[in-house]
Design a protein around this ligand. Structure first.
Ligand code: ADP
Ligand code: MG
Ligand code: ZN
Length: 477
């Protein structure tokens, strides 16, 4: 960003709630079924039908509000947002407007080692619209109403975000919290989590915000950063050339890496919001809120702090291990079974993550059990295998499901800690490389690595490296 300007960003995040049924009817919310197979009179908007609020969706919104430090409104209600579009057969979306269920919250993010608080203006419930399909129909478009009426939360941030990276971190934090709570699966590819980004720039030192553009159609963390980055540059260029930024809605084109104007403020909808007459206002008792509060799981921030203080892990490790509840659970199980925290963490952050990524799997689908890692760590500790061999053992355990013991026996990977056998190998290498021995003795100590390498090669990586080093130093010194 050019040094004279500062970006101001606020995000509107839509999270699809993972309830089994829709928000105002009993239709299934399952993803990927045939078009219009999950619909009824209520969600396709037949005249005269009446919506009934899904209590689970209501509870999920309160959970999310509590987990993001919001005030839960004791009295809230739904509103009609009126507009016409083929994917909205009723001609209005049931949403919340002047009285949302949650307000005045915040979450904390860490960017470049600094903790920053991002305010949450409000969280409200609403129903999703259907989906227009333009492919494959010749001159026609189709409408799939399976998604119509799927419960959403809209989480609106304060304009507290100052960089593309902060925006991505905020989005990640929300996703982590939603997944911990089990209220949204956070699947951005399937559209369960989407975001609109409001972006403006202002000269550094100026108090008032600049004019903002709203970016639509952002569906990955990478695109949050890219779209905002592009938009900041675009707006700064306009200001530097003496122009004015227009208030408008812009569409992010991920293939081209640019944003396009979609509609200006003049063309913006007037939604004619009014209170939804078919649904009674909601009164939430303090007792219910307390019950929900006491049912909340340990949240990511608290877990991260505990991982640092209880297990003595670096912040970086704690952050990694608590970004997904299932990862944290895997770690804690390994710890309970006797795994040394930092060793377990290293294997999880390194080889385990690599192997899972290769298959595009999450830890929930991991067939390797914490006990298998712990048993392997014991074999390293008691000298049966070297740290280097362990990498082979680990991968084999992961791929075959066999235990460390069995892999080591089958593949003959037991470390050679027999000093006689190692001495023999050392002597052989020394006699074969007399030139290098002379150079070493003349002061070229870097050659120690060369000798260690030759011996490890001769023993197929099985010689105890510490013993090799000691013996070499003794014989060459
Ligand atoms: P709208 O109803 O048009 O979407 P809101 O006032 O609800 O507008 O704001 C939507 C989002 O825009 C919020 O996340 C808010 O923080 C953000 N926002 C408001 N003003 C600005 C601005 N000047 N620059 C960047 N973001 C802004
Ligand atoms: Mg908006
Ligand atoms: Zn329905």
């Amino acid at each position: 960003m050019s040094g004279k300007y500062e970006a101001v960003i606020g995000l509107e995040v839509h999270a699809q709630m993972s309830t089994d049924t829709k928000i105002f009817c009993g239709c299934s919310t399952k993803f990927g079924s045939g078009p219009n197979t999950q619909t009824c009179q209520v969600c396709i908007g037949m005249p005269g039908v009446l919506p009934v609020l899904n209590k689970k969706a209501f509870e999920f919104s309160i959970k999310t509000g509590l987990a993001t430090n919001c005030k839960i409104s004791p009295y809230s209600r739904f509103a009609r947002k009126n507009y016409f579009y083929p994917d909205l057969p009723k001609g209005y979306q049931i949403s919340q407007y002047e009285l949302p269920i949650c307000e005045h919250g915040h979450v904390e993010i860490v960017v470049d080692g600094e903790v920053k608080r991002i305010g949450i203006t409000r969280i409200h419930m609403e129903e999703d619209a259907g989906k227009n399909i333009h492919e494959g129909g010749g001159p026609y478009s189709f409408v799939d109403l399976n998604r119509t009426g799927v419960p959403l939360m809209e989480i609106v941030s304060e304009p507290d975000i100052r960089s593309p990276k902060e925006a991505a971190e905020y989005m990640k934090k929300l996703r982590t919290i939603l997944r911990y709570l089990g209220v949204c699966d956070g699947n951005m590819e399937q559209g369960s989590l989407r975001c609109d980004a409001n972006v403006s720039v202002r000269p550094i030192g100026q108090k008032e915000f600049g004019i903002r553009a709203e970016l639509k159609n952002i569906n990955s963390f990478r695109f949050v950063e890219k779209a905002i980055e592009y938009e900041i540059k675009r707006q700064i260029k306009i200001l530097e050339e003496g122009g004015k930024v227009m208030q408008e809605t812009r569409l992010w084109d991920s293939a081209a890496g640019v944003t396009h104007s979609m509609r200006s403020k003049e063309e913006a909808h007037d939604y004619r919001y009014f209170p939804e007459p078919d649904l009674v206002p909601m009164v939430v008792s303090g007792q219910w809120v307390d019950e929900i509060k006491s049912s909340l799981p340990e949240l990511p921030d608290a877990k991260r702090e505990r991982f640092v203080s209880d297990y003595g892990l670096p912040e970086y490790d704690a952050d990694f291990l608590t970004s997904e509840k299932a990862v944290a659970t895997w770690f804690e199980e390994a710890f309970k079974l006797g795994g040394q925290p930092k060793a377990v963490s290293n294997w999880m952050m390194g080889d385990l993550t690599r192997l899972l990524n290769e298959e595009n799997k999450g830890i929930e689908e991991c067939t390797l059990k914490p006990i298998q890692l712990v048993e392997m760590l014991k074999l390293i500790d008691n000298g049966t295998i070297s740290g280097k061999t362990a990498k082979t053992v680990f991968e084999e355990m992961y791929k075959t499901g066999k235990d460390a013991d069995a892999v080591v026996k089958e593949k003959g990977l037991v470390q050679i800690s027999d000093s006689g056998a190692i001495e023999k190998a050392v002597d052989e290498i020394i006699s074969k490389n007399s030139k290098e021995v002379e150079r070493f003795k003349a002061g070229d100590e870097k050659l120690l690595g060369f000798f260690v390498g030759q011996i490890m090669k001769a023993t197929k990586g099985k010689a105890n490296p510490q013993m090799v080093n000691e013996l070499l130093k003794k014989k060459l010194g």
